[in-house]
Design a protein around this ligand. Structure first.
Ligand code: MOS
Length: 748
């Protein structure tokens, strides 16, 4: 049976099914890691460093131990031994961790001790009683730090430098040129659920309730760290309260596991909000210089995207901001270059569209400046430079409906009639009104994943894959794919996920979870149906006997002869006659290197923003956001729209709100809480719309899906910055844009 047939008859994919876990979530029944309280549970609290560099000279462990309720204090001297050094990064996507291996402090907020007590209050009080003394050394925590170097790679192994064509010649021959530098800030992960773990040891077997975006990778790293077997590590992660790239295994979670080993009882450790601003990765600041040239007709002649960013003093991760310039606009010459500095901070890492988010702000702002320099409408300018093939590689796109995104988004937003010059529009209250545009883009990736399907004699089915429900609706979308693959309705299907004992679903990252685990599920279901088909077509007693050549389709719990709807048989009848309780199918999926060799694969979108700016106060309000996105096949339009909203709102946050203020003298984050680290609330987002633009992709994977999680943040921040310029005539090149940037410029 061909894939196309099965999906055509499937009825779940494409439906706006509500979240299967929705009722559990809204009634508070969904059990997150920290909601677990096994018998004999103790509570752990971290003590974290107040200095950013130096050593811990003294901890008053005796005072903490003497506190009523405190059971144990874990410090360097009594921390249980590990089989592997915490700096070992041999497991993919891992970072160096701080697990009390020595007395060094590498960044502010680094864990320096763990207090374990009968209550959370006692543990917290005990941690406060440690009253550390430090030997502090001078720190460097800003992008202006000395010692810039040219790294070899950015992101995960991407080249830090790329040259295509002759950029200097392109700039030299240009009729119009711009050069502009954009700065994006240090940002910290603020998922609603902080990192947490409830750990219990039974000999060398480890039981964990813990949020993770990568069950198998987490098992793998823990197995290496503790020198135990992967299959002896059981992780339950039914619900994750947001991950955004921060929730693979983090150091504090390992400290919770070490604490449980030390005391021989189950231990719960939950980070406080303030403790999120240090050991669980962040987005590093960037300074990006764009040099661009265009010919008299508006055709780009060159793009040079130079990045300066930072990693920690002791580990490597560089935000790959230049990548967007490789794929988005047609220019005969494109170069990206990188320089980096090492800072006395925690190590940056994956944070929602790492690279594309920060990079597209710079690129989309520069495109707007370039359009203005050419005297062209920003949309017309982007269409003039539309890439029909991926500019740097020359590969065709596996699919690309960006033109349709521009058209549908512009129509919905009402872009036509936008005045070319800035500061031309006011509303009835005298607010300056501006309209801006940004292109959204994100690569369509895939990792490795597996699934197992079962069709039972009672006509129901089971699909198992250790997938991750982070709030994005994975549980629902995967169940839809599973139901279709097995020819069942959703209520006939049991979907098992969120547990490391299930088949390895790969990671939920890179916006690739649906592509990866979805393809594995699709294939597992297909194999179960094939087994069932073999039973039926070989059996003279079946109405499907001999249908092997024309084939059958699976739907509504029956196999149906493809050329004759009237000849069909239920799964129950087939299994019953064969004397079987079930048939099983196994599926796996991985990126196909041959396809990646031939095609460039990206999702695209166009985001239109309207802002209103108070000419006296400089206050900026985003009054409308319209995004139109093309990301291949849509499994569930309700969930996908919700992903786009989330991304666009983060884009708004990036443009106008989010920024960690770090004290250059101490290296400490001064706004390590959700009162002063600003993120949007409902009142900041009066209107957001997402249009799902039709796109069929026959190459990207068996399901034809591209990721939708991260793309919304790209494009949006640039669109808002461009709208602010259009409203005010003020071009702000650092983010977030603050009201004083506007008032200062308007007065001048
Ligand atoms: Mo994402 S930054 O791969 O969760």
């Amino acid at each position: 049976m061909s894939d196309a047939n099965r999906s055509r008859h499937g009825s779940s994919i494409g439906q706006p099914v509500t979240r299967r876990d929705g009722m559990q979530k809204v009634t508070g029944q969904a059990r997150f890691a920290a909601d677990n309280n096994p018998a004999g549970l103790l509570y752990a609290a971290l003590a974290t460093s107040k200095i950013a560099l130096g050593r811990v000279a003294f901890l008053d462990v005796a005072a903490a131990r003497a506190h009523p309720g405190v059971v144990e204090v874990m410090v360097q001297e009594n921390r249980p031994a590990l089989a592997q050094h915490p700096d070992d990064k041999s497991v993919p996507f891992s970072f160096k961790m701080d697990l009390l291996q020595d007395d060094r402090v590498r960044y502010a907020g680094q864990p320096i001790a763990v207090v374990i007590a009968e209550t959370l209050e006692a543990a917290t009080e005990g941690a406060a009683l440690l009253a550390p003394r430090y030997e502090a050394e001078p720190v460097e925590v800003t992008l202006d730090a000395a010692g810039a170097y040219v790294p070899e790679t950015v992101g995960v192994g991407a080249p830090a430098e790329m040259r295509h064509g002759d950029v200097e010649a392109g700039l030299g021959s240009a009729a119009f040129r711009i050069e502009a530098t954009y700065e994006t800030p240090l940002q910290f992960h603020n998922a609603m659920e902080p990192h947490a773990v409830v750990a219990a040891w039974d000999g060398d077997a480890l039981s964990l309730d813990m949020p993770t975006q990568g069950l198998a990778l987490t098992q793998m790293r823990l197995a290496s760290l503790f020198g135990i077997r992967m299959q002896d590590i059981h992780i339950r992660t039914p619900f994750i309260g947001g991950g955004f790239g921060s929730k693979l295994l983090s150091g504090p979670q390992v400290l919770g596991i070490l604490a449980a080993r030390l005391v021989g009882r189950p231990v719960k450790l939950v980070l406080t909000r303030a403790q999120m601003y240090g050991p669980v990765s962040h987005r590093s600041p960037t300074r990006q210089t764009l040099r661009m040239g265009a010919a008299a007709d508006g055709g780009l002649t060159a793009i040079h995207h130079h990045l300066r960013t930072a990693t920690s003093r002791f580990d490597d991760f560089l935000e790959p901001s230049g990548g967007v310039s490789h794929s988005l606009y047609a220019a005969p010459a494109i170069a990206t270059t990188t320089e980096a500095v090492r800072l006395d901070t925690g190590t940056p890492g994956f944070m929602r569209a790492p690279g594309e988010a920060s990079g597209s702000i710079a690129l989309e702002s520069a495109m707007d400046e370039m359009a203005a320099a050419c005297g062209m409408d920003p949309l017309e300018f982007r269409l003039r430079n539309y890439a029909e093939v991926e500019p740097v590689s020359g590969k065709p796109f596996s699919s690309k409906a960006l033109r349709e995104c521009y058209t549908e988004g512009a129509a919905r937003f009402g872009w036509a009639g936008r005045p070319l010059e800035p500061r031309q529009m006011r509303d009835e209250d005298g607010m300056l009104v501006g309209w801006g545009l940004g292109t959204a883009t994100f690569p369509a990736m895939m990792f490795q994943g597996e699934a197992r399907a079962v069709l039972r004699r009672d006509g129901t089915g089971v699909m198992e894959s250790g997938t991750h429900e982070m709030g994005q609706g994975a549980w629902t979308a995967f169940a839809q794919i599973a139901a279709d693959s097995l020819g069942l309705s959703l209520d006939q299907l049991e979907f098992r996920a969120g547990n490391s004992d299930l088949p390895n679903a790969g990671i939920a990252g890179g916006s690739a979870h649906t592509a990866t685990a979805g393809s594995a599920i699709h294939s597992a279901g297909g194999q179960a149906i094939e087994r069932l088909t073999e039973l039926a077509v070989a059996d003279p007693r079946s109405p499907l006997f001999g249908a092997g050549n024309v084939g059958v389709v699976a739907r509504d719990g029956r196999l149906v002869r493809r050329d004759d709807d009237s000849r069909s048989e239920s799964y129950s009848d087939i299994l019953g006659r064969a004397g079987l309780d079930m048939v099983e199918g196994r599926g796996s999926a991985a990126a196909d290197p041959a396809v990646a060799e031939r095609y460039a694969m990206h999702a695209h979108g166009a985001v239109f923003a309207e802002v209103k700016v108070d000419p006296d106060l400089g206050q900026i309000r985003v009054t409308r956001l319209v995004g139109a996105f093309a990301a291949g096949r849509i499994i569930n339009p309700r969930l996908v729209r919700s992903q786009y909203y989330g991304g666009m709102i983060w884009g708004l946050s990036f443009a106008l709100q989010e920024r960690a203020a770090i004290d250059p003298r101490t290296g400490r984050v001064m706004n390590a809480d959700l009162a002063e680290y600003h993120v949007p609330v409902n009142a900041d987002v009066p209107s957001v719309e997402a249009i799902l633009v039709a796109e069929e992709d026959p190459y990207v994977n068996a399901l034809g899906v591209k990721g939708v999680g991260e793309i919304g943040i790209t494009g949006t921040a640039g669109a808002i910055a461009n709208a602010v310029w259009h409203a005010t005539g003020v071009r702000v090149r650092h983010f977030p844009i603050a009201l004083e940037d506007i008032t200062g410029a308007l007065e001048a």
